[in-house]
Design a protein around this ligand. Structure first.
Ligand code: CP
Length: 312
């Protein structure tokens, strides 16, 4: 399979086609076997990853760091740019120029939509978007979600994916929905409060690819048909306190929700979880976010780093 990731940026999933997804999924399986058998390898020895996180992160930051370390590479881990010369007034552009001199790949999380694209124009070092703004993308997260679904169902085709919650501020939803558009007969249902619906860019992308999708306000209207329930957090950091109070409990997944779901369905969540899934749900085998999806983040990010950096 041709490696279209090699030496390239990953700032959006727009350019990824079905063969790219087959490749990265198969590489993630390879990484899973590698970690299970040997813990890692040295295939990225001599390469350096700079993680520049302008916004908080637990999973994305740590799993990129762990992925690079498990492949034998080095790291420049900056999980809070307030301890860097950014506080002295160094511009984003200059910061990218500087870290390009040290690193072979730069992973960026930033509060501004399009910041990773801006970085990609400044440097020839591959840029990975680790989440941009309230309504940008989170390509590696979308790929983790896709990999998790594929590993459990052994297919993506013919599945009905229901996404619920704050869909206006969920970059992972934007990436996953666009990735799903590469597969035949996938149905997507978006369930959200009227003021937290998916944005027009995503709608247009799905319309263009002729994806069957629906929008609902009541989870009960569609929950019994879901193969995958993707639950999202209400993103307090991107809204007023007044709006947050109004919408924070609009959708709570609990034992009553589980009772309405198919026996062979799954629940995924990008995490962190606040109140949108009650803790008792975690014990249900359909809840795969903690014991499965998080770990897949490591394998998928190892796969991406290998495909981008290892040109052999
Ligand atoms: N899912 C996710 O992006 O989590 P973090 O914000 O902790 O990286």
């Amino acid at each position: 399979m041709k490696n279209n990731f090699s030496d390239k940026d990953l700032v959006t999933v727009d350019s990824l086609g079905r063969s790219d997804l087959d490749l990265v999924i198969s590489k993630a399986c390879e990484m899973e076997n590698l970690v299970e058998k040997y813990g890692g390898s040295n295939i990225l020895k001599g390469k350096i990853l700079a993680a520049l996180f302008y916004e908080p992160s637990s999973r994305t930051f740590s799993s990129f760091i762990a992925a690079m370390q498990r492949l034998g590479g080095g790291i420049i881990p900056l999980n809070n740019m307030t301890n860097t010369s950014v506080v002295k007034g160094e511009t984003f552009e200059d910061t990218i120029r500087v870290f390009s001199a040290y690193a072979d790949v730069i992973v960026i999380r930033h509060g501004e939509v399009g910041a990773p694209q801006k970085a990609a124009k400044i440097t020839s070092v591959p840029i990975i978007n680790a989440g941009d703004g309230s309504a940008g993308e989170h390509p590696s997260q979308g790929l983790i979600d896709l990999y998790t679904i594929w590993k459990i169902f052994h297919k993506i085709e013919n599945l009905h994916i229901v996404m619920v919650g704050d869909l206006a501020h969920y970059r992972g939803v934007n990436s996953l929905a666009k990735l799903l558009a590469n597969y035949k007969k996938v149905k997507i249902s978006f369930v959200s409060h009227n003021i937290l619906k998916i944005n027009d860019n995503l709608k247009n992308a799905l319309l263009q690819k002729k994806v069957e999708f629906y929008e609902y306000e009541k989870l009960d209207d569609v929950i019994s048909q879901a193969d995958v329930l993707n639950v999202t957090r209400v993103k307090k950091e991107y809204m007023t306190d007044e709006l947050y109070e109004k919408v924070k409990s609009a959708y709570i997944v609990n034992s009553a929700t589980l009772a309405k779901m198919k026996k062979n369905s799954i629940i995924i969540h990008n995490l962190p979880r606040i109140n949108e899934i009650t803790p008792d749900v975690d014990l249900d085998p359909r809840a795969v976010y903690f014991h499965y999806q998080v770990r897949n983040g490591l394998y998928m990010r190892m796969a991406l780093l290998d495909l981008i950096l290892n040109n052999k």
